[in-house]
Design a protein around this ligand. Structure first.
Ligand SMILES: Cc1cc2nc3c(=O)[nH]c(=O)nc-3n(C[C@H](O)[C@H](O)[C@H](O)COP(=O)(O)O)c2cc1C
Length: 366
């Protein structure tokens, strides 16, 4: 499938504007999601071998998940497990519906395996999002794997009222997800990354955790960090995570840093404002995972994300300390066969080295 995607489908998709290609793909996946025969056919092509892992009280059939930003409208909720994913993170969702930044706002750096985006949390708002999720449930199409929701701040909400904004979204969505990711690391909402500051973040976590504790169902709460933080700032977030009893850290979001290049076509794309994802982010995101694992002595689960395109990339992040992984840009470049390919590769590695459970591989390099 990877060969077919690379040589037949990808050239067609890459001939279009990046966001148009994304919307077109999501439209097809959304239609397929409503059709049992299509879901079954896709499942038979892409379903991955079992590689179970249990974390924060949830059972993941395998450790490879869909990263936030791919399904911002919950358009294809039933399909991600059919494509072999062991979990998905939907959104980012904000309390208020918002259109995001004006297009163009997504750019491919094809020769570098990278994307720059400044989407700016285009999403239907938490209440409409909850309605879509309720519809998937009502029609019996809810996936078996854990579902997460990525929460952002509405652009119209001032920074000092951020806690209320996140808490409102959490309140209406809490019954629809197994875990929530507090996203204070997107570079595309003015001032958002200032919310990674200890005091501001603690206010948000306090508001969300209070609602979390008030109900019978307690979804896990994680924080997603930017790769552009200093390790000192990251350590403060880790202290908060321990104090607030968070379930884990998602490392990392996109970066505003650009790699050095003299290639004119790349220079042109790297000049675009926004967050860079894909291959140029890989090493930095792994460094973050390694640091978090060491600082927390492996006690705080890490979802590793950033530049995973292959089994080797996945192994690098697992060895550094990631217990779960997520993919966005790799899916765009390598196609829908990627989750299955990575999981099959991990299973193969484990057999070769006589490793019995996935957890044994996590953080082995430390
Ligand atoms: C177009 C696009 C939109 C994204 N939207 C979100 C988002 O809404 N919330 C979020 O936390 N991360 C978002 N991300 C970041 C990804 O979830 C991921 O952290 C990042 O792209 C690095 O992984 P990758 O190299 O596999 O793409 C987005 C990424 C892209 C490319």
């Amino acid at each position: 499938m990877t060969w077919f995607y690379r040589h037949c489908l990808r050239p067609v998709l890459f001939a279009q504007d990046a966001e148009r290609a994304h919307d077109f793909t999501l439209k097809i996946l959304s239609r397929a999601s409503r059709n049992s025969a299509a879901c079954a056919a896709i499942g038979s092509l892409f379903s991955a071998p079992e590689l179970p892992i249990e974390l924060f009280g949830l059972k993941f059939p395998n450790p490879i998940g869909l990263a936030a930003g791919m399904d911002k409208f919950a358009a294809a909720v039933p399909l991600w497990e059919k494509l072999g994913f062991g979990f998905c993170e939907l959104g980012g969702v904000t309390w208020h519906a918002q259109p995001g930044n004006p297009p163009p706002r997504m750019f491919r750096a094809a020769t570098a395996g990278a994307i720059i985006n400044r989407m700016g949390f285009n999403n239907p708002g938490a209440e409409a999002f909850a309605q879509t999720l309720a519809d998937w449930k009502k029609h019996g199409r809810w996936p078996k794997h854990p579902v997460g929701i990525n929460l952002g701040k509405s652009k119209s909400t001032p920074l000092e009222r951020a806690a209320e904004d996140y808490a409102n979204s959490f309140r209406v969505l809490r019954d629809y997800a197994d875990f929530f990711v507090i996203n204070v690391s997107s570079p595309n909402t003015p001032g958002l990354r200032q919310l990674q500051d200890k005091t501001a973040l603690d206010e948000i976590l306090a508001a969300v955790c209070e609602i979390q504790k008030s109900g019978p169902r307690r979804p896990a709460i994680l924080v997603k960090v930017a790769p552009d933080l200093s390790f000192e700032a990251l350590d403060e977030i880790l202290e908060l995570a321990a104090a607030r009893n968070l379930s884990g850290i998602v490392a990392t979001n996109t970066t505003i840093v650009r790699p050095e290049t003299t290639t004119p076509a790349l220079l042109k794309i790297y000049a675009e404002t926004g967050g860079l994802s894909g291959t140029p982010l890989r090493a930095r995101s792994t460094e973050f995972i390694r640091h978090i694992f060491k600082q927390t002595r492996g006690r705080l689960p890490i979802i590793g994300v950033g530049g995973i395109f292959s089994v080797e990339d996945a192994l690098e992040k697992i060895a550094a300390g990631a217990s779960l992984l997520q993919i966005y840009t790799g899916l765009v470049f390598e196609g829908p066969g990627l989750p299955k390919k990575i999981i099959a590769g991990l299973v193969h590695q484990m057999k070769d080295h006589g490793i019995r459970t996935f957890k044994e591989m996590v953080g082995v390099e430390s």
